[in-house]
Structure formats: C-alpha cells, structure tokens
Write a protein that binds this ligand. Structure first.
Ligand SMILES: [Zn+2]
Length: 261
C-alpha cells in the first residue's frame, strides 16, 4: 500500500504554472494510475484555501486534507480548529512560513498553535525548503527544533527533509522523538548534487520509522516520486518492512491518533 504524504491541489489547474495540472481530478487520476491508495492534500491559504481543499476531500475519499492555519492570527486558528479538525473534515495542520509570512521571530505564536494541534492529536507539517527572499530569515529547521522542544507531545512533520539543510534536519530529528521527515521534492530538486548523497546518509541514520514518502505533486508527478523514493530505499538498504513504513505505516500511525482518542 502506498500513501503520498505531501500533495497540493489548486482551484486554477494552472496555479502551479502552465506546464503542470494542479486540479484535484488530475491528482486523483494520477494516484490511481500509479497504484497509490491515498494522498495527503495540504491547503495553503489563501490560494489553496481550506474550504476548497475540504470540499475536494469530501468528493474524493482517497484525499486526506490538512488545514492551513496562520499563527499570526490566533482567532482564525481557533476557528480553523473547530471548523476543520473538530468536525473531522481535515486530519492535520499545514504551516508554510515562507508563504504565510512568519519566521523564527514568531516561534512563540507557532508554539501556541502547535499546542492546540497536539491537544487534538493531529500532526503538524511544516514547510522546510528554504528558498527565495526569506532564505536566511525564516530558519525553518531551527523553528521546528524550538517548537518540538516546547511541545514534546506534538507530532511534527518536517517537509522536504529540510531542503538544502539536510544535515541540520538529521540532528533535529535525532534530537526530538516527535519529529519525522517527508522526502518530497528534495531528491528531485537536488538530484546529482552532494545534497542528494547527504540525503541518503541522513535517511540511513534516521531509520525507516522516521521517514514519510511524499511527492509535492504537482511539483513532482506522483508516479515519478514513488520511483525516487524507491531509489532512495535501495541506496539506504531498506528492506520490505522498512519500505512499508515509509510508504504507508508511518503516516497511518500519525493519522490514527486523533481517531483513537
Ligand atoms: Zn508542498
């Protein structure tokens, strides 16, 4: 069984550029064609809004929605938890510092949000691919460390294994039992570089129970991403049991906590 733990959909099919199709229907068709059972779909307000993602998840039972919440607007956070998480419409939280305009300076506000998610036992996924004009400003990997230390009961997913900071990601995940990584986008973007070979080292050190498969579709096609993750598994020497954790077991464990309450 395969679950893709990191995908996006957009109300404008060209919302990820003219050469990618970001519609929900295309994602669902691509999952089916690649033999992928389910996908986590991450909302990013306002472009990929919560109402839109929740609606598409209701239409397509193979899609599992994560709500986009803004730590700089505490009232909307409280409302978002009620509307999307307590109602059972969505099953985790997506935070995107670069697109939502918060940085390491706002760690206190982020902790307040993450405490609420932990109470509801839903995972929190942080974008961690430093890029663009905030490259030095946000410090995503350090923010995740601070939050993981402050809220040890929270389940945190560091997306993209920290991007260029894969070695920092290793130390943060090793130092915090409540953090896992997803391998979306980074093996694709850094293919052929030393970051890619470092990624293999990092994943081997982390062990299969700290790794989630994800594509970042439509940035990387869901089928191509399965091949990328399988190649990483080969190079890490991960066996069948390890692979079943990476491709499904780990994300299932994180998602099952809320319903087991
Ligand atoms: Zn993404």
């Amino acid at each position: 069984m395969i679950i893709d733990a990191h995908t996006h959909i957009h109300p404008d099919p060209k919302g990820f550029g003219p050469h990618k199709d970001a519609s929900a229907e295309t994602l669902v068709a691509n999952l089916k064609a690649a033999g992928i059972s389910q996908a986590v779909v991450l909302a990013i307000e306002p472009d990929m809004g919560n109402d839109y993602v929740a609606q598409k998840c209701a239409e397509h039972p193979e899609l599992i929605g994560f709500v986009s919440l803004n730590p700089l607007n505490p009232q909307s956070v409280t409302e978002g938890f009620t509307t999307y998480i307590r109602s059972g419409k969505m099953h985790g939280v997506k935070l995107h510092p670069r697109r939502q305009g918060f940085t390491i300076e706002h760690t206190r506000e982020v902790i307040q949000l993450v405490e609420q998610a932990a109470e509801l036992r839903v995972p929190i996924l942080f974008d961690a691919f430093p890029y663009g004009d905030t490259y030095y400003k946000i410090q995503e990997v350090r923010m995740i460390h601070e939050v993981a230390q402050a809220v040890p009961q929270a389940d945190i997913i560091m997306a993209h294994t920290g991007g260029i900071h894969v070695m920092d990601a290793l130390m943060v995940v090793k130092g915090n039992r409540n953090v896992v990584v997803d391998v979306s986008f980074t093996p694709f973007w850094f293919a052929g570089s030393t970051v890619y070979s470092d990624l293999i080292f990092v994943l081997r050190k982390l062990g299969a129970n700290r790794i989630l498969h994800g594509s970042d579709s439509p940035e990387v096609p869901v089928g191509r991403s399965v091949e990328d993750t399988l190649a990483l598994c080969d190079q890490c020497g991960f066996n069948e049991g390890d692979r079943s954790l990476i491709f499904a077991g780990n994300i299932q464990r994180l998602l099952s906590k809320a319903s087991a309450q």
